[in-house]
Ligand binder design. Sequence first.
Ligand code: SF4
Length: 212
Amino acid sequence: MAEPEPNDATPFLPERRSLKALREAAAGCRGCHLWRGATQTVFGEGRKAARVMLVGEQPGDKEDRAGEPFVGPAGRELDRGLEAAGIERADAYVTNVVKHFKFEERGRRRIHQTPKRFEIDACTPWLEEELKVVRPGALVLLGATAAKALLGSSFRVTHHRGELLDSELAPIVAATIHPSAILRGPDEATRAEEREAFAEDLRVVAKALARA
Ligand code: SF4
């Protein structure tokens, strides 16, 4: 019988902690069971010198197939938000708290499933290493899963979105919605409103970075 996963990515961390070494090692991570159903590990993307790190929940269907984070519809919303806030895409490192796509199959569709706490905890060592290597000037948590994973389970994005938060994680820390929430708006007017509110949260970060 196959060995059960340790529910911890730590044994899979490489000795060298460059982004390249981390990305290569993460490709073979078997720290929790999520690797079994997914196509591949989706590690963070961006330059070591990036000043902003944006952290989402997990790769989606398109990201799982492409092997890159934020390349699907939510990624396009993220790009729009960054552009509206005046944050260069090249100055942003994008990643997720969980590096494999968790889903359930419904017919031919793969429906996103929210990762459980033990899966998030298992995967956190990768994100901790990304934070240590990139050392971003600003850290932006996208959505409740990322915010709770890094700021504690009592944190409410709806209460604190767009605020500059007191945290040791980075000099500037803020949380906002996950860009996929914009796409769930029932009509174009709601989506436009959400899009603008998202861009406004990112503007708070851009202004704080400009002052830093
Ligand atoms: S989700 Fe994270 S901990 Fe689990 S197998 Fe994938 S990379 Fe490893």
